[in-house]
Design a protein around this ligand. Structure first.
Ligand code: M6R
Length: 621
């Protein structure tokens, strides 16, 4: 998730660009850059790895006088392809230095396009998927008879051939009055001013200049000029655009209209899951392209260890259920902070899955080092490109949740579960423990999840009401069986860290071995109920567990699949989630728990983005 800006008008391009990037820095801060068309046939470009301040310092060294011109494109990066470095920072240029591009998203067919360009003798200067588009537009503009000299047609001819999700914004030194953008599946909004047009990832970039905005359809291009803009389909025909007036203030705009980043991140979960799946199933096979472990390496694995902390650890517990079920490999899941202090048995046939959103967590990093010292192969599942854990691991599979600002893991957790399941399917494929047909069905079920999450997010009002009702409780318990158990742990962790309320998650069958002594009149207990269709035995067992706590006066909040008609008598409050396969239910059942915790925290007057005593990255052991 990157922030991008394009501007044509009469203001100073440098100032407009840098201010817009400041407003969107929360979208990524691996690097920042601008390119300005100076109106005399040149592009002036500066880009720097790290936060926006580094770009500003580099501009200050050159002197802002060097950056004359009104037309600007700019970018603040959340790295996906290529480490966060000056060389990979956007904008990227073509070989003539006349055309520059910024990009948000992932171009899935970039490897083939890169090969094509290399074979044609083009020198690529970065490791990004983005740079190829600058060269392709350049070839269309300078050498292709059908599009020669036509900037807009050149861009359209290139985006028609791209696979994946992208917003691309191009500027051309010889067309300083025009910026051309194209989008598929990633955000792009147009800001309409008097004699000026803005193109940006979100309205925060231009809200101080105009509140008149335009929303675009999928697969559309925008040609922005000082005197207005045109919206086109990729085939060049006019497209529909929907004007709207922004009624947020600046702070709300940065958070997409949500009061907290965490709530925005909860809403972004359909995209986090779909972006993490994108490009990983090609020609009927699961492909872990970012991985660097050969299929043969996966075939040789005889045991899996999962190491992680906090929510990432809970995602690892879920991985155990899926990997063991699909591959028949033994899986151990261990808190990273405990792993290296005992004599865990690993060798070169052990695959260690190290899961970390930040890629910087000290406990997980030390666990990776410990595993490598014992010759195990380490595969990192990570959300932060170029961070330390993927750098030290043998291989990495990136989650594509985008930057998570709220301290509580939400979209990163769902993306981790998704990526872990991809690892499970890749292992099953390599070992032949699942047929290609079964793997295709499992992947299709995963692909259906984002739509189910969107549906669930539209019907969570009752969770908010429940949160208000139970916000003054002193303790809340969470129960689950099978994959519902890690979800119970995750729900309890969310409530503890955000609402500072005592909460515990238990395996429901374990209750009668001790924790049931905690149950008293009116104690709220949240229970994850598996679908009777996928897990009939577990379903009836957990209903018995509910009966046990109800008999002792507990108030039950039950999370169950739509269509489960047997569950209603067991629920003081029923939260229904869409039906899916048993292993995938956590990708849905976790969401009401995230919302519940956030709402209880707000009702208690706490800042849900910055809970006390916590930090987003824990870089000490
Ligand atoms: O960056 P990591 O995924 O390695 O972080 C691990 C935990 O610190 C993290 O998941 C933490 O538990 C979250 N704040 C929970 O919401």
């Amino acid at each position: 998730m990157c922030g991008i800006i394009g501007y044509v008008g009469s203001r100073g391009g440098l100032q407009v660009g840098v201010e817009a990037l400041r407003r969107m820095e929360y979208r990524g801060y691996d690097s920042a850059g601008v390119a300005i068309a100076d109106g005399t046939g040149n592009l002036i470009i500066e880009r720097k790895a790290g936060e926006l301040a580094n770009l500003e310092a580099a501009i200050a060294v050159r002197g802002s006088g060097e950056f004359q011109g009104s037309t600007v494109i700019g970018h603040t990066r959340w790295a996906t392809h290529g480490s966060p470095s000056d060389r990979n920072a956007h904008p990227h240029l073509d070989e003539t230095g006349k055309i520059a591009v910024v990009h948000n998203g992932i171009i899935e067919n970039f490897a083939a396009l890169r090969e094509e360009l290399l074979a044609a003798g083009v020198e690529l200067k970065s490791e990004t998927d983005t740079e190829v588009t600058a060269h392709l537009v350049s070839r269309a503009y300078f050498s292709c008879p059908e599009t020669a000299g036509n900037f807009v047609e050149s861009v359209l001819s290139v985006v028609r051939g791209l696979v994946g999700a992208f917003t691309l914004v191009f500027t051309h030194a010889d067309h300083p009055d025009t910026v051309v953008a194209a989008r598929r599946s990633t955000p792009l909004v147009v800001g309409v001013g008097e004699g000026e047009t803005f193109i940006a990832s979100d309205v925060a970039a231009f809200i101080e200049h105009t509140r008149n905005a335009v929303e675009l359809d999928q697969d559309t291009a925008v040609v922005a000029r000082t005197d207005g803009f045109e919206v086109l389909n990729f085939d060049g025909t006019p497209s529909v655009a929907r004007p709207f007036v922004i009624d947020w203030d600046l702070e709300a705009a940065e958070k997409g209209g949500f009061p907290y980043f965490m709530l925005k991140e909860i809403a972004e979960q359909p995209r986090a899951v779909s972006d993490t799946l994108r490009g990983h199933f090609i020609d009927g096979r699961v492909v872990l392209d970012e991985q660097r472990l050969a299929e043969q390496d996966l075939r040789e694995v005889d045991k899996v260890f999962v190491v992680a902390c906090g929510s990432a650890y809970h995602s690892g517990l879920l991985a155990k259920y899926a990997i063991e079920h699909w591959t028949r490999l033994p899986v151990e899941v261990e808190l990273a902070s405990e792993f290296r202090y005992r004599d865990s048995v690993l060798d070169s046939s052990t695959l260690v899955l190290a899961i970390s959103q930040s890629g910087e967590t000290a406990d997980t990093l030390e666990a990776v080092r410990h595993a490598k010292a014992q010759k195990a192969r380490v595969l990192a599942v990570c959300n932060t490109n170029g961070s330390q854990i993927p750098r030290e691991a043998d291989a990495v599979l990136y989650t594509h949740a985008g930057p998570e600002i709220g301290v509580a893991s939400t979209k990163a957790f769902l993306a981790q579960v998704t990526a872990n399941y991809l690892v499970g399917l890749a292992l099953a494929q390599a070992r032949g423990t699942k047929s290609p047909g079964d793997i295709a069905r499992e992947f299709a079920d995963l692909e259906a999840v984002p739509e189910l999450i969107s549906r669930l997010l539209e019907s969570v009002e009752s969770v908010r009401e429940l949160a208000q009702r139970y916000s003054e409780s002193s303790t809340i318990l969470f129960l689950g069986r099978h994959v519902g158990y890690p979800v119970a742990l995750e729900g309890a962790l969310k409530l503890k860290e955000l609402a500072y309320m005592h909460a515990e998650g238990f395996a429901a069958g374990e209750l009668k071995h001790g924790p049931i002594a905690l149950v008293e009149e009116d104690l709220p207990i949240i229970v994850m109920v598996p679908s009777p269709k996928t897990h009939p035995i577990l379903h009836s067992k957990i209903l018995s567990n509910i009966r046990e706590v109800q008999a002792r006066g507990a108030r039950t909040i039950v999370i169950a699949s739509e269509g489960d008609e047997t569950v209603a008598p067991f629920a003081d409050h029923l939260i229904e989630i869409p039906s899916t396969s048993g292993l995938l239910q956590p990708l849905l059942s976790t969401i009401p728990l995230q919302i519940f915790a956030a709402e209880v925290a707000q009702a208690r007057g706490y800042n849900v983005d910055k809970p006390r005593n916590l930090a987003k990255s824990v870089t000490v052991e």
